[in-house]
Design a protein around this ligand. Structure first.
Ligand code: PLP
Length: 387
């Protein structure tokens, strides 16, 4: 009989991966499945990025790199942040990691312990709540409401801060809701945080290039007054259709950057070298493919929001960013989980129950529109038939 640590029982999961596995199993059995469950672009990584990765291997870049990433990559990240957000970032504060998730894990491990409180968006990316619980800290949900465009309300958020609050996690544009928090609300949050100098902020900006209808991304890096306690997470997975390469980064504040690098050394040593070279090509090469992808998402977004609103019992708010629609399905009489299971098993449409993103997700279903327009229309047709 083995005796695994009790902490393991507190670790959650990301149900989108379970839905993906079920959908793939059904497809392998010959069922016709439309997958609107998983959150990854359905585009290929642009060719020049793939070529840079292949060339790096051919050129012999197969050894360890510095744990925080090769200098040219960190310089490219700093230059990219300067051009997109108009901010100065030292490459020494950039830590390259395998994807977006390691930064979350490290940030929560740095602040989480019994007695500590960590705030996180709910509904939100499920890994936040999972790793907060794993760390032993108390997860404090920041409720995101449809009526507020799924943006956080700064006043309500600030009112939840206590002397035990160590870290606040925010995410805009957001998974699973597609919500984008307006600049005025972020201004209010930052102003209010001046009264709470003991609180660190993790801003997950992995969808920073996916905003629609002329909206512009507001990076928390643009607020110098919190730079000494801000961890800004971004990466290549979504922007460059590179989910399987495993490449992301964070800008860490001076006080935490060496801890972050030490966690990298303890955890994975470094990201594989060829992927890092591909990452340089992504940032320094032409950005046309990114713009084309975002334009394609925008077109699908308009279609899916309008079509979802035509399903009896569905009500879908405008999706302002990322590539998710998050309709309210309460009037169908189904719970989120029932809807997810029925649509997959009865009509072969994979979606993810809102409750997979926290208790505040009940009554909602996440549709990823990283799929073709034909698939989207067919999926909606099937759901209408099912209901
Ligand atoms: N942050 C958010 C909000 C996400 O939705 C995701 C992926 O779905 C990630 C981070 C993780 O990205 P990665 O696959 O690069 O670890």
């Amino acid at each position: 009989m083995l005796h695994p640590a009790a902490s393991l029982t507190r670790l959650g999961t990301e149900s989108a991966f379970e839905v993906l596995a079920r959908a793939q199993r059904l497809a392998a059995e010959g069922k016709d499945i439309i997958n609107l469950g998983i959150g990854q672009p359905d585009f290929r990584t642009p060719d020049h990025i793939v070529e840079a990765g292949i060339k790096a291997l051919r050129d012999g870049h197969h050894g360890y790199t510095p744990a925080n990433g090769i200098p040219a990559l960190r310089q490219a990240v700093a230059a990219d942040l300067h051009s997109r957000h108009g901010v100065e970032v030292s490459p020494d504060h950039v830590v390259v990691v395998p994807g977006g998730k390691p930064t979350m894990f490290f940030a929560v491990l740095m602040f989480g312990e019994p007695g500590a409180e960590i705030m996180y968006p709910n509904p939100g990316f499920p890994i936040y709540e999972s790793v907060i619980k794993y760390s032993g800290a108390t997860p404090i949900p920041i409720a995101l409401e449809e009526a507020n465009g799924f943006a956080f309300n700064a006043e309500a958020l600030l009112a939840q801060i206590t002397p035990r609050t160590r870290l606040i996690i925010i995410n805009s544009p957001a998974n699973p809701t597609g919500g984008v928090t307006p600049k005025a609300e972020i201004d209010r949050l930052v102003a209010g945080l001046m009264d709470h100098p003991h609180v660190a902020i993790l801003s997950d900006e992995i969808y920073s290039q996916m905003l629609y209808d002329g909206r512009e991304h507001v990076s928390l890096l643009q607020y110098p007054e919190i730079r000494d306690r801000l961890i800004m997470l971004d990466g290549w997975s979504k922007t460059y259709a590179m989910t399987g390469w495993r490449l992301g980064y964070a800008v860490w504040p001076q006080q935490l950057v060496d801890h972050a690098i030490r966690l990298c050394i303890n955890d994975h040593s470094c990201v594989n070298a060829a992927t890092q070279h591909a990452g340089i090509a992504a940032l320094t090469g032409p950005q046309d493919a990114v713009h084309e992808m975002v334009a394609a998402f925008d077109e699908r977004r308009r279609i899916i929001v309008s079509e979802l609103n035509q399903i009896p019992g569905f009500r879908c708010a405008d999706a302002a960013g990322a590539f998710y629609a998050f309709p309210n399905i309460e009037r169908t009489g189904l719970t989120a989980r029932e809807a997810q299971d029925r649509f997959l098993s009865e009509v072969g449409v994979a979606t993810v129950a809102g409750t997979s993103f926290g208790a505040w997700g009940e009554g909602y279903l996440r549709f990823s529109y990283a799929s073709s327009i034909d698939n989207i229309r067919e999926a909606i047709r099937r759901i209408k038939g099912c209901l």
